[in-house]
Design a protein. Structure first.
Length: 323
């Protein structure tokens, strides 16, 4: 399906060096922000308290948030999930140890979190008809394991992409694609470090989704390049790649445009729960288009891809006939 057809090939490879200098500068900036500012990890990674409550009517989040701030909770995280009556509250371990939320334990001599005191102090002022559904503590050790497992998942996914593309096309495509895709991931992380947006498990899921999404675009471009090597036998490599990218432009606009509309709906109507998930996907989609076309393709050319890498040479039989 095509909304439009470009008759003349666009000379992308003519400006490949300029595009990759821009990419390198953006990548280095993202790395600098990660090193200098770091990620603002959520409670799932740093440890803290997560409480779920259910109201009889739609919850007044602003009142809950104001009450928590008045009691001394710094930057309370309050949001709905599922329905407007269900509320999810996150706060640090230090905030959970405030006297308003704890009761001294005579046996241990330590203060323990009291669900009823928490309900009375924080939730009831918004509406007395509320029930605490769940209270869960996430320790720092669990958070560290989540971070390590997330990094391991990214590494395994990246290696899988390289192996897949190397088998399907050629190792040069695998190397170029993983560099381009990791370029997208680092830039997403760089945005989150720069603006100190909360990096949570949904954001990590979005980063993993971007990896798969970007490699799909890389596969499409690589497939067109391989097809062009069969059809355009006398054309130089740069011209073959330009034609491959140009032929996929309409498909790219349709696919990415449709996906971005769905992500935009999540960004606008998804509420606080899906906000940063949608933000990460939006950044990933935009840079995914750029990297698959203007980072991966030039790298393949500079790595020296040849027709012999993708098209098996024609062999002749004893009688001279071509088989």
């Amino acid at each position: 399906m095509e909304f439009f057809k470009i008759r003349k090939d666009m000379p992308f490879m003519r400006y490949a060096l300029a595009f990759n200098v821009i990419s390198l500068a953006t990548f280095l900036l993202a790395v600098a922000f990660l090193l200098i500012r770091g990620l603002n990890f959520s409670i799932e990674f740093t440890g803290g308290l997560i409480a779920e409550a259910r109201y009889e009517q739609a919850a007044d989040l602003d009142k809950i948030r104001t009450t928590m701030e008045r009691l001394g909770v710094k930057e309370p995280q309050v949001q709905t999930f599922g329905t407007p009556r269900d509320v999810l509250i996150r706060m640090s371990v230090k905030d959970a140890e405030l006297p308003e939320f704890t009761t001294p334990n005579a046996a241990s001599g330590k203060a323990e979190f009291d669900k009823e005191k928490f309900r009375t102090a924080v939730l009831a002022p918004a509406s007395p008809e509320v029930t605490v559904q769940r209270v869960e503590f996430v320790g720092p050790q669990v958070g560290r394991e989540l971070a390590e497992n997330g990094a391991l998942a990214l590494l395994v996914t990246s290696l899988g992409i390289v192996i897949y593309l190397a088998f399907r096309f050629e190792w040069k495509f695998g190397v170029a694609a993983i560099i381009a895709n990791l370029h997208d991931v680092i830039i997403i992380l760089g945005f989150f470090a720069l603006f100190q947006w909360e990096f949570s498990l949904p954001v990590l899921a979005a980063v993993m989704a971007v990896l798969g999404y970007s490699v799909n675009e890389s596969v499409v471009v690589a497939d067109r390049i391989r097809e062009n090597f069969r059809k355009m036998r006398r054309a130089p490599v740069a011209e073959i790649i330009d034609n491959a990218i140009t032929r996929t432009m309409s498909r790219t606009i349709i696919t990415h445009g449709s996906t971005q509309m769905a992500v935009l709906a999540m960004l606008i109507f998804g509420g606080a729960t899906l906000h940063y998930f949608a933000v990460a996907l939006t950044i990933g989609i935009l840079f995914g288009i750029y990297s698959s076309v203007l980072v991966m393709a030039p790298l393949v050319m500079w790595l020296g891809v040849r027709r012999e890498d993708l098209v098996k040479p024609v062999q002749g039989n004893k009688d001279g006939a071509v088989v």
